[in-house]
Design a protein around this ligand. Structure first.
Ligand code: T4K
Length: 407
């Protein structure tokens, strides 16, 4: 137990965990089942280019997302680039796509990578989701699309964004990278807007080592995306359009299927951890766990809190250092807003105060199958102890000789 500042590992106490507790520890599922599938892959001697496991994986993801088409891909970044490429067809350099200021860099990068201009939009101060009113105000004659991000599995204000997109004749996509297994009302995330993108990166709720998918009910768009992911080859083997190599391979699909087998159990475990965190973190001054809109279901793959320095006595970055010293590998998702990243420094003429404030306060705490209810108690106890002695921790940190703080 951490009773005083000197019990904290940051100042020489024993760490709370010998083995680290992480955000994003891979959900691998049953290893025996994975190895059986890998044997099948090797026996088939069919390793990539749309093998049987890849088709099976696509079918299961489409069912889960409640859509007709799942176009599996090598990662979500390429998926976003391909959708933006679809918007860019026939466009001119300088065409614009509205993206939220609070997201992983991939969302804005995909737009810029395809030669369009990401127009960065502020977010709701509580949820961190794209603010539809601000998005509408950013529309110009050059705007072609809006990309909403279902941040930490929370559904965007989909109906409002649909209305804005429809009345301005814009494409509407959702970056649903973290949101497999989540819903908007009773509708699974996956069937919203023109298309949505999932990530199956190693750290996601379902992993394929690296992987992603475009999911949609738009038959023609799905066909163009299938063609685009395979160098532009059409069904007759001729190159019909610009393409890339975006294919998922069979080893990835074997992992994806095995990880999918465990999805239901993992979400149930995450939900139990989330409830335990909510109870254990209540009443800690300056620390707020993000509570989600009860109309939608979340996979609780990310356990997000904010740390408000004035009340907590220490800031997010210092709490992060305290936790990491205890082998609690929390993550500051996301530490910078899009317009604060070097490539986009010139992209926002207006201040984006909500995204900027959240970027300084947000912290993801460890969860997932490797984190038990007892671990949640210990992690929450460390947070409580750090905040109870917040100003003392900050003063000790300031008093450390330069060069010892890792900054
Ligand atoms: N859009 C959004 C909204 C996204 O969040 C992302 C990705 C994308 C698009 C793009 O998707 P992909 O193109 O990647 O499919 C991680 C992931 O790399 C990234 O995929 C994810 N979002 C982001 C939220 O998290 P980092 O920079 O935090 O990764 P890293 O390597 O620091 O790992 C995070 C934690 O996971 C650490 O505690 C270590 C642990 N970890 C990581 C790996 C790779 C493991 O335990 N095992 C592993 O194999 O970005």
């Amino acid at each position: 137990m951490k009773h005083g500042t000197h019990d904290l590992a940051l100042f020489g106490g024993p760490p709370a965990f010998l083995q680290n507790r992480r955000v994003g520890r891979p959900n691998q599922g049953d290893r025996r089942r994975f190895l059986e599938r890998m044997n099948r892959v090797l026996d088939n001697e069919w390793l990539s280019n749309m093998g049987p496991l890849t088709y099976e994986f696509e079918g299961r993801v489409a069912d889960l997302a409640g859509v007709r088409h799942c176009v599996s891909l090598c990662n979500a970044t390429v998926a976003l680039q391909m959708l933006v490429g679809d918007v860019a067809t026939g466009g001119v350099p300088g065409d614009e796509v509205i993206v939220p200021a609070l997201t992983f860099p991939a969302t804005a990068h995909a737009v810029r990578w395809r030669g369009l201009r990401p127009v960065i939009c502020d977010v709701d101060p509580v949820t961190g989701l794209i603010d539809p009113d601000r998005a509408e105000a950013l529309i110009t004659p050059r705007t072609r699309a809006i990309i909403g991000v279902h941040l930490w599995g929370q559904a965007c204000d989909v109906r409002r964004l649909e209305k804005i997109a429809e009345s301005n004749k814009l494409r509407l996509f959702f970056d649903a990278a973290p949101a497999l297994g989540c819903t908007h009302g009773d509708t699974p995330i996956g069937g919203l807007g023109d298309a949505e993108v999932f990530s199956f990166h190693a750290t996601k709720v379902v992993n394929t080592f690296e992987g992603g998918a475009i999911v949609t009910d738009d038959d023609a768009l799905a066909e163009r995306m299938r063609t685009a992911r395979n160098f532009g080859f059409g069904r007759d083997g001729r190159v019909e359009q610009l393409g890339t190599n975006g294919k998922l391979n069979e080893a990835a699909a074997a992992m994806g299927l095995t990880s999918l087998d465990a999805l239901g159990d993992n979400i149930a475990h995450n939900r139990a951890n989330y409830e335990a965190y909510l109870a254990a973190l209540a009443q800690i001054p300056g620390v707020r766990a993000l509570e989600y809109d009860a109309r939608h279901r979340n996979n609780h793959h990310y356990m997000m809190i904010t740390v408000e320095e004035r009340t907590a006595g220490l800031n997010r970055d210092l709490l992060l250092d305290v936790l990491r010293a205890e082998n609690i590998l929390a993550q500051p998702y996301f530490p910078q807003a899009m317009h604060q990243l070097k490539p986009y420094a010139d992209e926002s003429a207006v201040p984006l105060p909500h995204a900027e404030a959240l970027c300084g306060q947000l912290l993801a705490l460890p969860t997932g199958p490797g984190v038990s209810a007892a671990d949640v108690e210990v992690i929450s106890h460390v947070v409580r102890a750090a905040v109870a002695h917040g100003s003392e921790v900050a003063a000790l940190r300031r008093a450390e000789p330069a060069g010892t703080t890792g900054e």
